[in-house]
Design a protein around this ligand. Structure first.
Ligand SMILES: [Zn+2]
Length: 314
C-alpha cells in the first residue's frame, strides 16, 4: 500500500470502558432467518440480543472456503489441517464480535435512548427492510455515529478473545520447520492482531453483500473503514497490554487484508479498492468524519452509558 491509513485517536471512547456490570442483564437468542442480521432491544426491562441463526454457518462456510485459497497464508501447505482449524478460530472471533457489537449498542446507551424516545420500539437492527425509494429518507447521521461507536466498543470487548489466541500461540512448542495458522510464538501479538482484523474485514464484506443483495438499509460504514476502525481500537488496546513491533503488525495486517481480499474476489465478491492512494485517502476521510459524528452524538444519548459493564458478559 502506497500511503498509510492514519490512526484515529479512539482512546477517549474506549478508555471509558471500565470493569463494571450491565445494570440489567442481556440475554441472547438466535432467530430463524436467512438474512445475516442482528438486533438488540429492551424487552420487559432486560436487554435482548437476537442474532440470525444463519450467521454462524455462513461465516464458517465462507471462512472455510477462504482458507483453501493459495493466496491466504501461502506458507501453509494447502492440505494442512491448520487451515480449517484456523478458519474455525477466525469464524468464532467474528461471531464474538457480532455479540460484542450488539453489546456496544447497549453500553453506548443507544438502546436505552431509543426506548426513551419511543415506547414499544423494535430497538436497533443492523439492517432494515425498506423500499428502494425510502433509502434516503431513512438515512440518518446519528445511526451512523452509533454504528461506528458500537464497532469501537465491540472491538475493545475482544481483548479477552485476542489474549487467549496470543496465549495459545505463545505456549506452542514448535519444531523448526513446523508452520501453524496463527504463526510463530515470537510474533504472536503482531500476527494474531493482524489476523483478527482481516477476519473482521471478511465479516464486514459479508454483511455489506447481504445489504446490497437484499436492498436493505444499514448505517454501517464501508467494510474497509470498519476494518480500520477495529484496527485503531485493537492496536490501541494491544499497546496497553503488550510490547510489540508496530511496524511489523501494520505490514502483516495489510498483507492479510490484501490476501483475504483476493481470496474473496475469487469467491465472487467484487474487489475493493484498498491498494491505491485514493482508497487510503477515502478511508482516512471517512474515519475522521465518523470520529466527528461520534463526538457530536456521544453526549446527547442517555448517561446510563459506560456504566455497570462486565467483561465477563461476553
Ligand atoms: Zn449495529
Amino acid at each position: 500500500m502506497a500511503s498509510t491509513v492514519q490512526l484515529t485517536d479512539v482512546g477517549h471512547i474506549i478508555s471509558c470502558l471500565g470493569d463494571v456490570t450491565l445494570h440489567v442483564p442481556a440475554s441472547v437468542n438466535f432467530e430463524q432467518s436467512d438474512v445475516l442480521n442482528a438486533r438488540v432491544r429492551r424487552v420487559d426491562g432486560e436487554y435482548l440480543i437476537s442474532i440470525s441463526s444463519n450467521f454462524d454457518p455462513t461465516i464458517n462456510a465462507v471462512m472455510g472456503r477462504l482458507v483453501t485459497s493459495a493466496d491466504v497464508l501461502p506458507w501453509l501447505p494447502l492440505d494442512s489441517l491448520e487451515r480449517p482449524k484456523g478458519a474455525e478460530l477466525l469464524s468464532r472471533l467474528c461471531m464474538e464480535f457480532i455479540l460484542a457489537h450488539e453489546h456496544g449498542h447497549i453500553i453506548g446507551g443507544h438502546v436505552d435512548q431509543l426506548a426513551l424516545e419511543k415506547a414499544g420500539t423494535d430497538g436497533i437492527s443492523e439492517f432494515n427492510v425498506v423500499s428502494r425509494d425510502d433509502q434516503h429518507a431513512t438515512y440518518d447521521e446519528r445511526s451512523q455515529a452509533w454504528e461506528y461507536e458500537a464497532d469501537t466498543i465491540g472491538a475493545a470487548l475482544l481483548d479477552k478473545q485476542i489474549d487467549e489466541l496470543i496465549e495459545a500461540v505463545k505456549s506452542q512448542n514448535l519444531a523448526d520447520n513446523e508452520r501453524t495458522f496463527l504463526g510463530a510464538p515470537e510474533i504472536a501479538v503482531e500476527h494474531v492482531g493482524a489476523l483478527a482484523i482481516a477476519a473482521l474485514y471478511v465479516l464486514f464484506r459479508l454483511m455489506r453483500r447481504t445489504k446490497d443483495e437484499l436492498i436493505l438499509v444499514g448505517h454501517h460504514p464501508d467494510p474497509l473503514v470498519r476494518a480500520f476502525t477495529c484496527r485503531d481500537v485493537i492496536s490501541h488496546r494491544l499497546m496497553q497490554r503488550y510490547d510489540f513491533d508496530r511496524g511489523r503488525f501494520r505490514e502483516m495486517m495489510i498483507y492479510h487484508l490484501e490476501t483475504f481480499d483476493w481470496a474473496m474476489e475469487d469467491l465472487g465478491y467484487a474487489a475493493s479498492q484498498m491498494a491505491d492512494d485514493d482508497g487510503v485517502n477515502q478511508v482516512n476521510d471517512a474515519l475522521k468524519n465518523l470520529a466527528k459524528l461520534q463526538s457530536k452524538y456521544h453526549h446527547i444519548t442517555n448517561n446510563t452509558r459506560w456504566t455497570k459493564w462486565s467483561m465477563s458478559q461476553i
